[in-house]
Design a protein around this ligand. Structure first.
Ligand SMILES: Nc1ncnc2c1ncn2[C@@H]1O[C@H](COP(=O)(O)OP(=O)(O)OP(=O)(O)O)[C@@H](O)[C@H]1O
Length: 547
């Protein structure tokens, strides 16, 4: 007797699997309309023009119904103002923005005060029945999914103009947001990623957020403003069922410009002296004393200011330029160009120590970029090894053409890290590891370099006092000196300012407390940058776009 064929056996096995069984069971329940809970029967006294009406029954549970209503000031009619993406109302597919609400649980709402509607809802348990006149012209749903990185902080609690505080979503600089609805020109709906909630929240659109930033009201202590005090935005917190919103878009045109704060001040060093960074035959470029002292001088050195102005307007790093940056998921191809790793941190925190240690772990994989200088070479130096020694004219020409990530002047000579020098390392198949100052960020966040920016964060000053007992501050003399206590305070403060201004650009943060642990974390972070997908500016993915 011939047994079942291998295919038949496989099918039998598949059909017996628990998830297939569960699928079949669900299918049967849907086919038999075995729904729970059982909805009440439709009312018998439906009006004659019933086809113009829609009866919507929603079962209230602990989640928000996810809709806001507004009252037409002229007619007193109540409308669904907004249906929140992912909320119960939206998932039911039965309520749409623009529907006119006629009754709630059998109570006619025409002429009612908004508070009364909220009370009706608050008293309802279980099923809520809406009688609505559906909007005739439905907006065409041509929404495309958009992912952005927030370049500013936003808090609905401190924004008196939000249509409904409870429907608002707070976010911080650097958060990645999925914009799910841009129908409204002023208020978008978004989810913060990674998202665990179904329901989206209201956030200001790009244009509205720019306007708000100019007004700069939410970082200030909230003061109710005339005209906004009687905000008809009712939060329906207890059961989070339905919000009421009124169009209160009046915006005070007063404009407070936000200026960037100076980041930090470092003492000026007057002399120059280089020291060799030739360790066991491996030349580690970009660690020379004069270059590092030059970086510290950036505040005073005219060149730094010029380069930023030449490359981008003064607001290049400002969220006012663009409060949302469009992003896309990016994963480096295995055979693709290596990544640029850019370390950033307040002077003295240990950026160069960590960079050096990373390169030393595997100089065949990690390498610094060879800087440029107009200083004449010393007898033992080779052009292209310690520095690219170039004429002042050539250096200035490169600076004029934005070929430097950053540059500055120290004791009459120019020093800088060029994009070409970084590209050279990447082209050789190595991971390029550089340290940058904040104003160098735009120059490395480009389609070509795709920098992975790691912020080296100072631990609290007290902790640095303990861990840096034997550490040395680089000075303009051959002999370095130990840190002074007040310098730890300065590093901590400078780090705090740097983080608050630029955290939106950081892909990774490492608190440099224990040196060994920080080195391990850095190595892990760099490998992660190679192997894991991450959100990058969308312009890096579209080759035709300008970075
Ligand atoms: N986690 C740490 N524990 C102890 N000492 C550290 C640690 N990190 C760095 N150091 C030491 O602190 C000193 C300053 O570090 P480093 O030279 O790397 O500073 P930096 O951030 O590059 O700033 P700059 O270039 O302005 O000097 C060095 O002596 C370094 O060895």
């Amino acid at each position: 007797m011939v047994g079942p064929s291998p295919e038949a056996r496989e099918l039998y096995d598949l059909l017996r699997r628990p998830h297939i069984q569960a699928l079949l069971l669900s299918h049967d329940m849907v086919a038999q309309k075995d729904f729970d809970p059982v909805l009440p029967p439709l009312p018998e006294d439906l009006p004659e023009d019933e086809e113009a009406m829609r009866i919507v029954c929603l079962v209230k549970n602990n989640q928000p119904l996810g809709a806001t209503i507004r009252r037409d000031g002229a007619t007193g009619e109540i409308f669904i103002a907004r249906v929140i993406h992912g909320g119960l109302a939206e998932r039911s597919g039965l309520l749409r923005a623009g529907d006119r609400v006629v009754e709630v649980n059998g109570h006619p709402v025409f002429g009612l005060e908004p508070e009364q509607i909220i009370n009706i809802l608050a008293r309802s348990h279980g099923t809520i029945m809406f009688k609505v006149v559906p909007i005739t012209e439905r907006p065409v749903n041509n929404q495309t999914m958009l992912y952005v990185r927030a370049m500013a902080d936003y808090s609905p609690d401190q924004d008196p103009a939000i249509p409904c505080v409870d429907a608002g979503m707070a976010f911080h600089k650097g958060d990645v947001l999925e914009i799910v609805d841009q129908t409204d020109a002023l208020w978008w709906q978004a989810k913060k990623l990674p998202s665990t909630t179904l329901c989206a929240g209201l956030i200001p659109s790009t244009s509205l957020l720019k306007r708000k930033q100019k007004e700069f009201w939410w970082p200030q202590p909230f003061q109710a403003q005339a005209g906004l005090q009687n905000c008809d935005c009712f939060s329906y917190q207890l059961i989070s069922c339905l919000y009421l919103e009124e169009d209160l878009m009046a915006i005070d045109e007063k404009c407070v410009e936000t200026g960037e704060q100076p980041l930090f001040c470092v003492d000026a060093f007057k002399n120059e002296s280089d020291f060799s960074t030739n360790i066991e035959g491996v030349h580690l470029a970009g660690f020379r004393r004069s270059l590092r002292l030059c970086k510290r001088h950036k505040g005073q050195a005219s060149g730094y200011g010029q380069v930023c102005t030449a490359r981008c307007p003064s607001s290049c790093l400002s969220a006012q330029e663009n409060p949302y940056e469009e992003v896309a998921r990016y994963q480096r191809r295995k055979d693709g160009q290596q990544r640029l790793i850019a370390l950033i941190g307040p002077s003295g925190v240990g950026v160069n120590e960590l960079r050096r240690k990373l390169i030393e772990t595997d100089p065949k994989t990690y390498q610094g970029a060879v800087p440029h200088t107009t200083r004449p070479p010393k007898s033992y130096e080779e052009s292209g090894r310690e520095y690219h020694f170039v004429s002042r004219e050539l250096f200035e020409n490169m600076a004029y053409n934005n070929r430097f990530v950053e540059y500055g002047e120290y004791r009459g000579y120019l020093y800088g890290t060029s994009i070409d020098a970084i590209q050279q390392v990447l082209d050789s198949g190595k991971v390029c590891v550089v340290d940058i100052e904040p104003h160098g960020i735009p120059a490395v966040r480009t389609h070509d370099l795709k920098a992975y920016i790691i912020y080296i964060k100072p631990p609290p000053a007290d902790s640095m006092k303990l861990t840096r007992k034997n550490s040395q501050v680089i000075t303009n003399y051959y002999i370095n000196r130990p840190f002074k206590d007040e310098e730890f305070q300065e590093i901590e403060e400078a780090g705090r300012k740097m983080e608050s201004h630029f955290c939106q650009f950081f892909d990774q943060v490492i608190v440099n407390d224990s040196l060994q642990e920080s080195c391990d974390q850095l190595l892990t972070a760099v490998r992660k940058a190679e192997e894991e997908p991450r959100w990058v500016p969308a312009s890096w993915i579209r080759p035709m776009d300008k970075s």
